[in-house]
Design a protein around this ligand. Structure first.
Ligand code: GAR
Length: 193
């Protein structure tokens, strides 16, 4: 089983979906580490309750030195002999340095049908544009934001009267389905380079 770290900044519902999926005996990955860049992120307690090592690498003390923050993150990933990194609501743009350490081994979930709506406020922008299809994407992480190769997408309808909140909730359900599927694919397919 591949050893997986999940990086979070908040409640960690996608992290919880990955933990749940990895309970299955035939799942090819195990979640062994959760890292938050935000102290007290809700997902940390969930990870601990599941017996998973949960650490905070607070970005504040590092100020503008992004690589110093990332070296601290990388030290935890190395210490835990991580094979694959999953970003799950990790609200921080990574430098090419850290991304380069994890080429084809770092994946992210984004709440839109990429390449549409990269960046933030995806649901509000989709509603404002009047699109009828929206969704979520799991993709490989590259140095360019929300631009790496797509692994899986899940689609939902945008319905009349949707608010960013109702649409986000519909998309989130799909996220919880496709992220475990995508990790399964990656953990099965990829060979240690
Ligand atoms: C999810 O909707 C995820 O797609 C999004 O943040 C939410 C985190 O929720 N990620 C991004 O917007 C990345 N730019 P969670 O903490 O409950 O998984």
């Amino acid at each position: 089983r591949k050893r997986v770290a999940v990086l979070i900044s908040g409640r960690g519902s996608n992290m919880a979906a990955l933990i749940e999926a990895a309970r299955a005996a035939d799942y090819p990955a195990e979640i062994v580490l959760v890292i938050s860049n935000i102290p007290g992120a809700g997902g940390l307690a969930t990870a601990e309750a599941n017996g998973i090592a949960a650490v905070t690498v607070d970005q504040k003390p590092f100020g503008r030195d992004r690589e110093a923050f990332e070296r601290a993150v990388q030290a935890h990933l190395v210490e835990h002999r991580i094979d694959i990194v999953c970003l799950a609501g990790f609200m921080r743009i990574l430098t090419p340095w850290l991304v380069g350490q994890w080429e084809w081994r770092m994946i992210n979930i984004h709440p839109s049908l990429l390449p549409a709506y990269k960046g933030l406020d995806t649901h509000a922008r989709a509603i404002a544009d009047g699109v009828t299809k929206h969704g979520a994407t799991v993709h490989f992480v590259t140095a360019e934001l929300d631009a790496g190769d797509v692994i899986l997408q899940g689609e939902v309808d945008v319905v009349p009267g949707d608010t960013p909140e109702t649409l986000a909730a519909r998309v989130l359900k799909v996220e919880h389905e496709i992220y475990p599927q995508a990790l399964r694919m990656i953990a099965t397919e990829y060979k240690l380079i």
